[in-house]
Write a protein that binds this ligand. Structure first.
Ligand code: PLP
Length: 342
């Protein structure tokens, strides 16, 4: 992000910061278009899809999806694999009947019941799932097979971590703050034929078609976050694109799980078939040591390891921006801590 610092007060000799540009001026338009082109390139997004740079976070999508995609259907299918699925289900239930296809809650979100147990319904408006559950570290290894149904995915904590066959989806959405860039931006990739059929009373700001027809500039977009996301897309291309990122991410996750599994002092409760590459929760054999672990880790520059308040313990979120050396240092620290207190 050195380039963002260099350009901070003077973008390419214009004498303007990106922050003070008019979002409709030629300078900013070129930034916005380049970012979209780079994202399309990275993910292989065809012209059948609109790419929207919205605000309101992924949480707004929990409402926008039913408002835009119900299309007169009586119900929608949702897979419940964690806290974010639960929130999406609760919100969708305000607009339609929700059929829960599969419920991972009885396992405390540590595994996903086998496909044979799934109850996909007839003719749902769409099937919604959360490929990676950020809090529980539970991740689908493959895209679920849903026949002809429109598949919708909350990719907030896994987008851009590996290649993704966009054509399998009707809609993909992701809050930016994990693998895309700063908070304030939410990216929606939506098949064009799905737009323009909103529920009566849908607010104009919640209508995908309005945003698509206006190049995501119906109102003032999150210009600086969009610009920084564009720089991240360029950086990803330099890393070998999503294939390159996948190799790095898989390696990072594999070594951290190996360190946890190889010790009696640390444990990760998730079924090995569904372990996340991005979010790795783990516990210490003695939770009285949690505070000490966090304090000593912080002294080594290892920060934000505290587990989510719902789960306790620790969580290593090793998104694209976490270098492999950071994971190596965490593994080293964990083994030192175990040596001292194990
Ligand atoms: N969905 C997932 C999978 C998330 O991880 C998060 C946030 O962490 C959200 C949704 C909510 O995102 P936002 O805070 O952008 O509304």
């Amino acid at each position: 992000m050195l380039i963002a610092q260099q350009e901070m007060l003077d973008w390419r000799g214009t004498g303007m910061s990106v922050m003070e540009m008019s979002h409709r001026g030629p300078e900013y338009t070129s930034i916005a278009e380049q970012a979209e082109a780079d994202l399309r390139d990275l993910m292989g997004i065809s012209d059948d899809y609109a790419v929207l740079f919205l605000q309101g976070g992924a949480s707004s999508q929990f409402s926008m999806i039913p408002m835009n995609l119900l299309h007169g259907h009586t119900h929608a299918d949702y897979l419940n694999t964690g806290a974010w699925s639960e929130k999406a289900i609760a919100e969708a239930s305000r607009y339609t009947k929700v059929n829960v296809v599969v419920d991972a809650k009885p396992s405390h979100y540590r595994t996903i019941p086998d496909k044979a147990e799934w109850q996909l319904s007839d003719n749902p408006a769409y099937v919604h799932y959360t490929p990676n559950e950020t809090i529980h570290g539970l991740e689908f290894a493959e895209i679920p097979e849903v026949g002809d149904a429109t598949l919708v995915a909350d990719m907030s904590s896994t987008i851009l971590s590996r290649p993704c066959d966009v054509n399998r989806f009707g809609l993909i959405y992701a809050g930016a703050q994990k693998n895309i860039g700063p908070a304030g931006l939410c990216i929606v990739i939506v098949r064009k034929d799905l737009m323009g059929k909103t529920l009566p009373g849908t607010p104009v700001m919640f209508d995908y078609k309005i945003h698509a027809d206006n190049g995501s500039m119906y109102n003032t977009p999150a210009t600086y976050s969009w610009y920084l996301a564009g720089l991240v897309f360029q950086w990803l291309k330099q890393q070998g694109g999503l294939q390159g990122m996948a190799e790095i991410n898989q390696r990072k996750a594999a070594k951290l799980y190996a360190a946890i599994d190889g010790s009696d002092f640390y444990a990760n409760p998730v079924d090995v078939r569904y372990r996340s590459w991005m979010n790795i929760p783990f516990t210490l054999a003695n939770s009285d040591l949690d505070k000490q672990f966090l304090a000593d880790a912080a002294k080594e520059g290892l920060l934000t390891l505290k587990g989510h308040r719902d789960l306790g313990g620790m969580r290593a979120s090793i998104y694209n921006a976490m270098p492999e050396a950071g994971v190596d240092k965490l593994i080293w620290f964990m083994s030192e801590f175990e040596r001292r207190f194990g």
